[in-house]
Structures are given as C-alpha cells and as structure tokens.
Design a protein around this ligand. Structure first.
Ligand code: FES
Length: 233
C-alpha cells in the first residue's frame, strides 16, 4: 500500500493505515502537511482515467480542463482506495485577471498559495476540496451535461456568463461553484472563515474550500490552509 503523502518534504511510502493523513491533520493543525496530489479514476470515461495513481503535473491540463484527484489518499497497485484522503478537483482556469479574483490577505502555509499561478507559461490552477457544501456529494467539472446545470445563478458566474462554460456542478441537487471567483465564506459547522469558489447556485449555501498549492518540479503539491476549512462532511 502506498500513501500519497509527504511530510516535511520527504516521501512517506510504506505500510500505513488508510486515513493517516486526516488523522495527522486533526491532531497537528499548526503544521502544514505537504502532500503530492494523485489522479483518481472517474466513474465515466474521462481523459485522466488512465492516469489513476500518477502524480498530477501542472502541465497536464489544457485551458479549462480539469480532473479528479486525491490529497493524502492511499493506493494499492496504482488503484486508489476509495474513502482515503481528501478528494479534490483540479481545474485549469483561464488566466484572465480582468475576471478572476481571489483574496490576497489570507495567510497560507509558507511556500504555498491559494491557487497555482505561472505567468510565464500562462497556467493557473485551482484545487478545491471535492465535497459539496450541501450534503457532501462530489461535485464535478465539465463531466455531466444531462441534466444540464441550471443557469439562474444567484450571484455573478463568470465562468458561464463570460466564457460559456458551466461552473463546478453538483448533480445531486444542483449546487454550483465558480472557480474564477475565490471568495471568503464561513464554515457554518465551526464558524471559521475560509476561501473557495463562489457558490453561484443552491441549494448549497456557501462555497467549498480550496487547498493551498505549490509545484515541485512541476508536480502539484497541496496543503490544508487550516484543517477546520474542510470539516463539514
Ligand atoms: S449534495 Fe451537492 S447539491 Fe446537494
């Protein structure tokens, strides 16, 4: 069994109990845990399914492409053990600062940012915790068109209104989140302020949180900004 987790920069590979990552974070909130993100397989045919178990590279994505992955997940023979780690969506958004916005006054672990940004290669990636703020389903990025997401947005949704692409969409009950607008919201479970893609359609009442990210030799790493951001499922 391999755990896709690195602590303090050294790879932790070996026999470990599934769920160790979350345990570490629950007990050590002050110490950021830096883990490589690995691809997971989606339930329908997708371009990244053959990459399951491989590290996610910042250059893997065409503009607007996204994929499912996991932070701190456990793998056996390259297959993700469902339920281990924290599922994520990685989305390469358009690097358009006339539309994209994110808070600049939120402390993040040293060396990390709220999103990955590479002006030289015109790459911007947003990594979000892939659990819906409504009832914890797994929202998707550009993977479900039927039924189509509703477009009676409750707040600006530039991913659709400017670029013609549907926001992050939770098919369970229709919630949507716009990855071009990272906003501050409150986690109603604990009162903690966090940052994530703006909720633009209910029934979810708030955003879902981002992971802080950095690249090491173009491999995408992530860390929880604050473990309490992700405590709601
Ligand atoms: S769980 Fe996502 S909309 Fe209900």
């Amino acid at each position: 069994m391999k755990l896709g987790l690195a602590v303090g920069g050294s790879a932790a590979v070996g026999t470990v109990a599934a769920g160790l990552a979350s345990t570490l974070l629950q007990t050590s909130p002050a110490r950021p845990v830096d883990a490589t993100l690995f691809y997971t397989r989606f339930s329908t045919p997708q371009w990244w399914n053959t990459l399951e178990g491989k590290p996610i590279n910042v250059t893997d994505f065409a503009e607007w492409q996204g994929a499912t992955g996991v932070w701190g997940g456990a793998f056996v023979d390259g297959k993700w053990i469902a339920g281990t780690g924290y599922p994520v969506l990685v989305i390469r958004v358009k690097r358009d600062d006339s539309v994209f916005s994110a808070p600049t006054d939120v402390p993040v672990p040293s060396g990390f940012d709220l999103y990955y940004d590479d002006p030289a290669r015109d790459i911007r990636l947003v990594v979000v915790y892939d659990r819906c703020a409504h009832l914890c389903c797994y929202p998707g990025w550009q993977v479900v068109q039927n039924p189509p997401p509703a477009r009676d947005y409750t707040s600006p949704a530039p991913t659709y209104q400017v670029f013609g692409l549907d926001p992050i969409y939770c098919i369970c009950h229709g919630s949507q989140y716009d990855p071009m607008l990272l906003v501050k919201n409150i986690n109603e479970r604990n009162g903690v302020e966090f940052v994530g893609p703006s909720r633009v359609h209910g029934p979810a009442g708030r955003a879902i949180p981002v992971f802080a990210v950095r690249a090491v030799d173009d491999v995408l790493h992530a860390a929880m900004v604050d473990p309490r951001w992700y405590e709601y499922c």
